[in-house]
Design a protein around this ligand. Structure first.
Ligand code: PMP
Length: 411
């Protein structure tokens, strides 16, 4: 036995390896508003959270109880990486229509929509690769892809001079949230959807259609999904086009479920499955089994109208309060669905990172536009959530935001 080495004194302890360099690129503002969400008394209008009162607790509890006792193997074993065959079949059936033929091979079940974004980054991005992204861009997507240090080409389908072929050419993939974008709450119109799909077919660039809010239309008729428009360009066989559609039950049932999905060509599903194996091996079998039984029991058809009523009412309450207190400083459009209002300062000198600091002092939290800009430059807008708070709280939050805006001292 060798003599015991003396323990190094603390000041001589070897320095630990540094964290990976991409972590240095994470955003201070994001950390600030995530922490602010927990301050007592603060009205949090920053997140994208559903109203917990809408969760179908009793029915889900019964379904979960039955899932464990009736399907112990499916619920408690490791399920297949791609997902439970029953759930893949239900999802394929749910999104199939006259233009889009889907089978189980077109579907990967993921642990929330967030994992779908992560897996896309894993299979399509080498270090420094180019992403074409709808601007402003969902913060979670930017976070998911940050380890690959991608470069971004930003595009705005709202602009008259938008050129979809130029936007997509040469990118590894294009990223869009066509239904009630996070953060703007806006729709990509039908003409632009068709142009984007045409451009994807023409250039071969993968077109990611991230659609967590597609069921949350409060007014009007839902626009067709881009993957359906793409399916219409193909005949006969199951879908093999360039669209990569992502969905989730987070906004329709409950986020704690962590059930999301990707619908795409079988070769893309195969690549994503390899990536998923190295990420989490599989999505919770219990959640998947509950999802199958909830779909079969018609839970979505029962809960969705209730959710839509609550959120429509809250959207109206928020917009009324904004009309009353914020119209001096900001412009916005009332969204047709989703969870957010995007307000842009009339005065280009506005810095909404600074407004966030004032807002926190006044007891309200909103998301500043800098976090939705992959280049971190946009300081003129804010994203305001209306689904989490009651109408009274929304009105009080907007009064506090008006106080904070006044304190910034711009015209
Ligand atoms: N994409 C977008 C645009 C989102 O807004 C969200 C949720 N905020 C997600 C993906 C991820 O959702 P989840 O992981 O809860 O399914």
């Amino acid at each position: 036995m060798t003599a015991q080495q003396p323990k190094p004194r603390p000041e001589e302890a070897p320095s630990r390896p540094a964290f990976a360099t991409w972590l240095g690129g994470t955003n201070e503002i994001t950390r600030m508003f995530l922490a602010a969400g927990k301050v007592p008394g603060l009205i949090n209008m920053a997140g994208g959270l559903p109203e917990p009162e809408t969760y179908p607790v009793k029915e889900l509890a019964e379904i979960a109880e039955r899932a464990v006792s009736k399907y112990p193997q499916e619920s408690l074993n490791y399920p297949p990486i791609e997902g439970l065959p029953d759930l893949r079949d239900r999802l394929a059936a749910r999104f199939s229509n006259a233009d889009l033929r889907l089978s189980r091979e077109n579907v990967l079940v993921t642990s929330g929509g967030m994992q779908a974004l992560d897996l896309i980054g894993k299979v399509l991005l080498n270090e420094g690769a180019l992403i074409a992204a709808q601007s402003p861009t969902y913060l979670g997507a930017v976070d998911a892809w940050r380890p690959r240090r991608p470069s971004y080409r930003l595009f705005s389908p709202d602009r008259n001079d938008f050129d979809p072929v130029a936007a997509l050419t040469g990118a590894q993939f294009a990223y869009t949230v066509p239904n009630f974008s996070n953060p703007t709450g806006r729709l990509v119109g039908l003409a632009r959807r068709l142009e984007l799909v045409d451009a994807a077919h023409q250039t071969g660039t993968w077109l990611v259609e991230d659609d967590p809010y597609g069921a949350l239309y409060y007014d009007g008729t839902p626009l067709p999904r881009m993957i359906t428009l793409s399916g219409a360009k193909q005949s006969g066989e199951i879908y093999s086009g360039p669209l990569v559609y992502m969905g989730t039950f987070s906004k329709e049932i409950a986020p704690g479920f962590r059930i999301g999905w990707v619908i795409a060509s079988p070769d893309m599903i195969g690549a994503l499955t390899i990536a998923k194996q190295g990420s989490d091996m599989c999505t919770s079998g219990l959640s998947q089994r509950v999802a199958v039984d909830a779909l079969d029991a018609g839970l979505l058809e029962r809960t969705l109208p209730v959710i839509l009523d609550v959120y429509r009412h809250r959207r109206d309450a928020l917009c009324a309060a904004m009309d009353e207190h914020l119209s001096e400083w900001f412009d916005w459009e009332k969204p047709v669905g989703g969870m957010f209002v995007w307000a842009t300062a009339k005065n280009p000198a506005m810095d909404t990172d600074k407004l966030l600091s004032e807002a926190l002092k006044a007891g309200v939290c909103v998301s500043p536009s800098s976090v939705f800009d992959p280049h971190g430059e946009d300081r003129r807008s804010i994203r305001i959530n209306f689904t989490l708070n009651t109408p009274d709280k929304l009105a009080e939050g907007i009064r506090r935001l008006a106080t904070a805006t006044q304190a910034i001292g711009l015209d």
